[in-house]
Design a protein around this ligand. Sequence first.
Ligand SMILES: [Zn+2]
Length: 291
Amino acid sequence: MSSPRTERSILFVHAHPDDEAISTGATMALYAAAGARVTLVTCTLGEEGEIHVPAYAGLASDAADQLGGYRIAELKEACTALGVTDHRFLGGAGRYRDSGMMGWETNLRPRAFWQADLDEAAGMLVDVMRETRPQVVVTYDEIGFYGHPDHIQAHRVTMRAVELAAAEGIAPAKVYWTAVPYSVLEAGIGEFADTEGNPFEGLTSPDDLPFGTPDKEIAARVDGHEFADQKVAAMLAHATQISPNSWLMTIAGNFGAEFMGVEFYELAVGERGPGGGPNGWEADLFAGLVI
Ligand SMILES: [Zn+2]
């Protein structure tokens, strides 16, 4: 017997420590502050990440190979910044290793997440769903937002887990994929044109980017601008990965809450709830659900 759902519960499935902050930090902080149950599952320790702090360069996978363990602490600090208390690693810390970028030899390591048995990994995620009973699940689209193997695998594992959960009667009502609408990218390309450290330098259209979703395919726009400072703090907690003078921080500094605090999603499973604006975007990922 599964227990009835009496609270809002939302599960975020991310590939590496720092993805939660960069792509869904404001949304996580917003729902945590609103008293919803917010669970984060991170699939790897991010062992192959590039290190931006010279003092810690020796932790790298081709040196001491201690980055993964170090990033557990960074992630903990990031979760604290977001007000998120329920965080797990898929299968436990170190069960799956960061696969590195597509085509790297690290993709082939036996513990690489890219090599994970789909049903085994999905089964571990269903264990979390059984316990936390999320009505809403958030992960990436089928290209993993931008093509990283661990992001693609996080997508596959999550979608398989949703199927398995449905088979035992605990399906989430909605599954969302992270997205950035074309209109936001177009605005960004224009606004950043004269900015130092312009992340869109040389680009004239969103078609030149490895990500971007047509506005009409976006289902939800979560306005977490009140939580933008928490999101930035969470990003900076991943100090080995995100340097204070990175382009992400340039965005945070120049455009602040309006840019950093608003996050967008595509709806992959479930029915879209009531929304507003020209595209009928939901403002709440629980929109339309009776809880
Ligand atoms: Zn990642």
